[in-house]
Design a protein around this ligand. Structure first.
Ligand code: ASP
Length: 337
């Protein structure tokens, strides 16, 4: 009986050694990209607001779905062929600016004086550089002017006439102020929009194949704004923010609250300093902090690992995402998941 003990102990030790070796082989390397990070991700929004099935007729909703879907295709072409996140967010926002359904570029809401005054910004998470224009009335695509400010000037934000003179010098397409309002078609959209309190700012965030993040936002601002009011959309850290260390963010909603709470930067800071996951951070900002203050709106964001969020404390937000598997989804109402 006694003689069997050494044999049993040997068997136990050998089994243990085999198990340890097998586990070591499986071990995931500690450096390099997160194994689960998708090749690229694009998330877009077309504004948050009091958007319900009652206030948005099916035929109109169908148009929004179609345009959001096309915007994703525009971004897909760039990201899938190895283009940069920066190029993708600019191109997508340009597309949405040209689309009269949204409150950005053509189709922007009217100020109290009956004009269209546009704000836009863009930020490159790879370099930390940013650009913005505010209160412009003759630049066809404000997001491209924002990019020109970032890349071709020594400044971050240009406003009004100065921004327009700069854009002209940079060779950007200029239009008459009337271009932004679409007389016949716009009237019908305007009535519907007023009813449903739709705001319709546009934004895009992207992660490219190289792991770089970028964000862009463009808007006509708040309906009936006056005295040269500027919202959060062109304010870096409020309506737009991107850093490769954390995330890329584009916001929409009641801009004054987003400025006071530095919402886009707050989300990034929560990740960087408190290790808060993206979704949790967005939830705390929108559903706790802003809600307590009465601030309405939403945001889209992607973190450096490709996790993304589309969250809002309103009844709806025009939104959509694209994944490298080809999976796309566009949504409007709060009950769509
Ligand atoms: N945030 C924009 C602004 O306050 C409006 C919006 O997103 O609806 O100008």
């Amino acid at each position: 009986m006694k003689k069997r003990y050494p044999v049993i102990i040997m068997v136990i030790l050998l089994t243990g050694a085999v198990l340890v070796m097998a586990n070591l082989r499986k071990k995931i390397p500690v450096s390099g990209p997160a194994p689960t990070r998708p090749e690229y991700v694009l998330v877009i929004h077309g504004g948050a607001g009091n958007i319900t099935r009652e206030s948005l007729p099916d035929s109109m909703a169908a148009e929004y779905y179609r345009e959001l879907q096309t915007a994703l295709v525009v971004g897909h072409r760039i990201l899938d062929t190895g283009g940069t996140a920066l190029d993708a967010v600019e191109a997508v926002v340009r597309f949405l600016e040209d689309c009269p359904l949204f409150n950005a570029g053509k189709g922007a809401v009217f100020t109290a004086e009956g004009k269209n005054e546009l704000d836009a910004s863009i930020m490159d998470g790879a370099t930390g550089l940013a650009g913005a224009v505010a209160g412009v009335t003759t630049i066809k695509n404000p997001v491209s002017a924002a990019r020109a400010v970032m890349e071709k000037s020594l400044h971050v934000m240009l406003a009004g006439r100065g921004a327009e003179a700069f854009a002209r010098q940079m060779g950007l397409e200029m239009v008459a102020p009337e271009y932004f309002s679409t007389p016949d078609r716009y009237q019908s959209w305007k009535e519907a929009r007023e009813k449903m309190d739709k705001k319709g700012t546009v934004g895009a965030v992207a992660l490219d194949k190289k792991g770089n993040l970028a964000a862009a936002t463009s808007t006509g601002g708040m309906m009936m704004k006056q005295w040269g009011r500027i919202g959060d959309s062109p304010v870096i850290g409020a309506g737009t923010f991107a850093s490769n260390r954390t995330c890329a963010v584009s916001c929409t909603g009641h801009g004054e609250y987003f400025i006071r709470n530095a919402v886009a930067y707050d989300l990034s800071a929560r990740m960087q300093y408190a290790g808060t996951p993206l979704r949790k951070g967005a939830h705390e900002i929108l559903h706790v902090k802003l809600k307590e203050q009465g601030g309405t709106g939403g945001l889209i964001a992607i973190d450096k690992n490709g996790n993304f969020v589309m969250d809002f404390n309103t009844t709806g937000m025009f939104r959509g995402y694209l994944l490298p598997s080809g999976e796309t989804k566009v949504m409007i109402f709060g009950d769509e998941k």
